[in-house]
Ligand binder design. Structure first.
Ligand code: CAA
Ligand code: NAP
Length: 246
């Protein structure tokens, strides 16, 4: 029997690399894509040459508490306990705080932070019952250091870290670990959406003078998911080319 992983935002830049890496390592991956985006997810599935044995497309809007509870409880019945949960889905709605709308505040908190309740809560009890499972949450360098124009995003991503540390206490006695991967700026549609001059100025501040690749982030997730990561819990693994050393 293959181990089961669930990745949210699986067909985005980093989610796609995580899905590929876990498939390569022999997992069956439940590839959760945003509700209403089936045709995009199917195209991605074909482009990546996945098979239905190793990847199952699974519609999930991580902001929808009721839908997550209903669909994830049904998934448990159909597929069994999720061994590795990767909470990866996320958005940005950048803007200076003095001009920020309530809509942009709530959209980011809902997608990047409240999603952790929506997706993890229906799965966590079964993970603890089974033991030796993994919760891996994707935060950001900007949740650690803050960033101009990202009060919403930095608040949510810092919240991801607090959530993970608290959850780590609750899973520890069952051998269920909870950890954070905190990427720096990574070459994905999220960063490509930024103004060219802003990206260039950020790159110039990165000691390694380049963006991370999605595969570099996926490698960290695979480590935390693996047996080698069994005794790591409540930790934040930064992968940021030296952008923030503390
Ligand atoms: N520190 C201090 N001041 C800054 C600043 C910074 N980092 N960035 C901009 N400013 C200042 C500017 O100098 C300018 O000052 P003046 O008015 O005195 O000239 C003022 O703020 C306005 O700057 P902009 O012209 O950039 O303002 P804007 O309203 O057009 O844009 C913004 C605001 C959208 C926030 C834009 O600055 C921006 O995109 N910043 C980068 C935000 C960022 O890093 N987002 C990351 C997205 S990817 C991601 O989030 C992934 C991840 O986890 C890493
Ligand atoms: P991306 O390419 O934009 O991917 C984000 C994924 O999340 C997409 O698949 C998107 O679906 C999905 N998503 C958005 N809202 C959703 C919702 N309500 N329900 C379900 N799925 C939803 O961005 P990325 O760079 O890969 O980001 C992945 C994660 O890494 C995010 O949490 C991000 O904050 C974090 N991160 C990124 C960077 C970076 O520099 N790229 C750095 C640090 C941390 P659609 O495409 O269909 O909208």
């Amino acid at each position: 029997m293959k181990k089961l992983a669930l990745v949210t935002g699986s067909n985005g830049g980093i989610g796609s690399a995580i899905t590929e890496k876990l498939v390569e390592q022999g997992y069956r991956v439940i590839a959760a894509y945003l509700t209403g985006e089936l045709s995009i997810a199917e195209k991605w599935f074909e482009e990546k040459n996945f098979t239905s044995d190793s990847v199952r497309l699974f519609e999930l809007d991580v902001t929808n508490t009721e839908q997550c509870a209903k669909r994830l409880h049904a998934l448990l019945e159909e597929e069994g306990t999720v061994d590795v949960l990767v909470n990866n889905a996320g958005i940005t709605r950048d803007g200076q705080f003095k001009k920020m709308t309530a809509e942009n505040w709530h959209a980011v908190i809902n997608t990047n932070l409240n999603s952790l309740f929506n997706v993890t809560q229906p799965l966590f009890a079964a993970m603890c019952e089974k033991g030796h499972c993994r919760v891996i949450n994707i935060s950001s360098v900007n949740g650690l250091k803050g960033q101009f124009g990202q009060t919403n995003y930095s608040a949510a991503k810092a919240g991801v870290i607090g959530f993970t540390k608290a959850l780590a206490f609750e899973g520890a006695k069952s051998g269920v670990t909870a950890n954070v991967v905190a990427p720096g700026y990574t070459g994905t549609p999220m960063v490509e959406a930024m103004r060219e001059d802003v990206i260039e100025s950020i790159k110039s501040e990165i000691p390694m003078k380049r963006l991370a690749t999605p595969a570099e982030i996926a490698g960290a997730v695979a480590y935390l998911a693996s047996e080698n990561g069994a005794y790591v819990t409540g930790e934040t693994l930064s992968i940021n080319g030296g952008l923030y050393m503390k």
